[in-house]
Design a protein around this ligand. Structure first.
Ligand code: F6P
Ligand code: MG
Length: 462
């Protein structure tokens, strides 16, 4: 390349950077957009708090009642008293929510109790009054609800490990078995070819499995208010007709990132839901290993039951056991292989507390500096799902054409990619006019999970 050409590329790059920087500064100076909140009655936040969350809480109370006989048989009479206590806590919580009471401090003694209680105080200071369900930021109160469910269990001696969503998650996994077997059979064929495949073929496998993991995110049990939401058809047959519904598709940047940073052999996946989505994420992890872009995959799950279907350590272990004990050949094959990957540490699962704190990701550097630092060596972080997306962009009411990088508000621990089906009324990174176009095709495009984004940001502060 001639020096002149090199200098002109550099010049345009600086102009581009300056523009981006200015966009962020301008937004910061003019103040960030408002957080989404149920105080806006035409918002999805309002419908969630008014309709969906009470249904989720009723289902928790129901599950607890139904466990009575089983719990008594296993743990004795004292445990049934604890069940009554839990049910009482849940119905009190539902009442507080429905009557828009103030958010109250937690009374348990968990590692994050203090974090939550000081966040309530901070928010009260900021808002000039005690946080309330229908007035405070949606993200905050929705996360608080799941933490309060955990508080009920956390105060029990016998039932402190009870997961009120466990049965639903297991059923979602079992109901998706046919679809999982078809997918894993297909993956097996690919992995057998991978060692001798060309770079171009490998990139094609990646593109396909990235989309599989993307659409796997449609299977969450929170958007369906705990109603069944499993994958019953083969996802492979759906990929082609779903592709035009990827509103932002930055796969080529992600591929570039995989190719260019060959010195790092670690990739992180911040997981979302158990069940079929987890199977699709594990497939993506497998592709990243067999194609040689990583020798180590670090997967991050939730420390406590969260947003109904999010994967905890025990869901993760149960899923791998279920795969390896399956009578279906490809499920059993990958179940065994993936357990070996965990044993030989090429795969790791961890469940850091940060993911279930009240903080969004721009606050990670301050509130979880070790976690932020741990991303220093990673090639790329994949963030799965809608809630992770909301936390990436702060759950703010962004103008949809705001760039993804700006919406991240300085969260750049490493290059990152968000894989999200849209299930909340916020988005960043759309082209001008794209919102109107998609609205014409589907009025519920922001919420029905039929539209999605593969958004990439290559910036890294490390
Ligand atoms: O209930 C709110 C919500 O964040 C929705 O926006 C979303 O559908 C769901 O919870 C969680 O989705 P995901 O499992 O994709 O993070
Ligand atoms: Mg989820």
């Amino acid at each position: 390349m001639s020096l002149q050409r090199f200098n002109s590329i550099r010049f345009f790059y600086y102009i581009f950077k300056l523009f981006r920087h200015t966009e962020l500064n301008q937004i910061m100076e003019e103040k960030l957009p408002e957080p989404l909140s149920a105080k806006n009655k035409s918002s999805f936040a309002y419908l969630t708090i008014r309709d969906r969350l009470p249904v989720i809480l009723s289902k928790v109370a129901d599950t607890v009642y139904r466990k009575k006989t089983a719990v008594k048989d296993i743990h004795g009479e004292d445990a049934t008293e604890e069940l009554k206590f839990i049910a009482g806590c849940i119905s009190k919580l539902r009442n507080e929510l429905q009557t828009d009471k103030a958010v109250i401090p937690l009374r348990d003694n968990a590692p994050d109790t203090e974090i939550w209680n000081s966040s309530i105080a901070e928010l009260a200071k900021k808002e000039g009054e005690e946080p309330k369900w229908f007035k405070s930021p949606w993200l905050y109160v929705e996360c608080y609800m799941y933490r309060r469910i955990q508080e009920a269990m956390g105060q029990c001696n016998i039932l402190h490990n009870l997961d009120p969503f466990e049965e639903q998650k297991k059923k979602a996994f079992t109901d998706s078995e046919e679809a999982s077997e078809v997918l894993l059979h297909y993956l097996r064929g690919i992995t057998e070819k991978a060692a001798t495949a060309s770079e171009e073929d490998k990139m094609e496998y990646f593109r396909e499995f990235l989309q599989i993991a993307l659409w796997g995110n449609r299977c969450d049990l929170s958007i369906s208010a705990s109603q069944e939401n499993s994958q019953t058809e083969s996802i492979l047959d759906q990929l082609h007709h779903l592709e035009p519904n990827i509103l932002i598709n930055e796969t080529s940047h992600v591929q570039q990132c995989l190719k260019s940073s060959m010195n790092s052999q670690i990739i992180d996946i911040v997981l979302d839901n158990a069940g079929f989505e987890l199977v699709t994420d594990l497939c993506l992890a497998e592709i990243l290993i067999v194609c040689g872009w990583a020798s180590s995959i670090r997967m991050h799950g939730k420390a406590i039951p969260w947003f109904v279907s999010d994967v905890t350590r025990s869901d993760f272990d149960w899923s791998l056991d279920s795969l390896s004990n399956s009578s279906k050949p490809s499920m059993a094959y990958f179940g065994d292989l993936w357990k070996q990957r965990l044993t030989n540490k090429s795969w790791n699962f961890s469940a850091e507390n940060f993911w279930t704190t009240p903080y969004d990701f721009a606050e990670m550097k301050t509130h979880a500096p070790d976690l932020y630092e741990s991303f220093k060596d990673t090639k790329i972080i994949f963030f799965k799902g809608d809630l992770n997306y909301r936390k990436l962009v702060g759950d703010l009411n962004w103008e949809p054409t705001t760039s993804f990088e700006v919406a991240l508000r300085g969260f750049h621990p490493a290059p990152l990619c968000a894989l999200r089906t849209c299930k909340a009324d916020l988005i960043a990174g759309l082209e001008k006019g794209q919102k109107d176009e998609v609205e014409k095709k589907d009025k519920k495009w922001m919420l029905d999970g039929n539209w999605s984004v593969i958004s990439f940001c290559g910036k890294s502060n490390q």
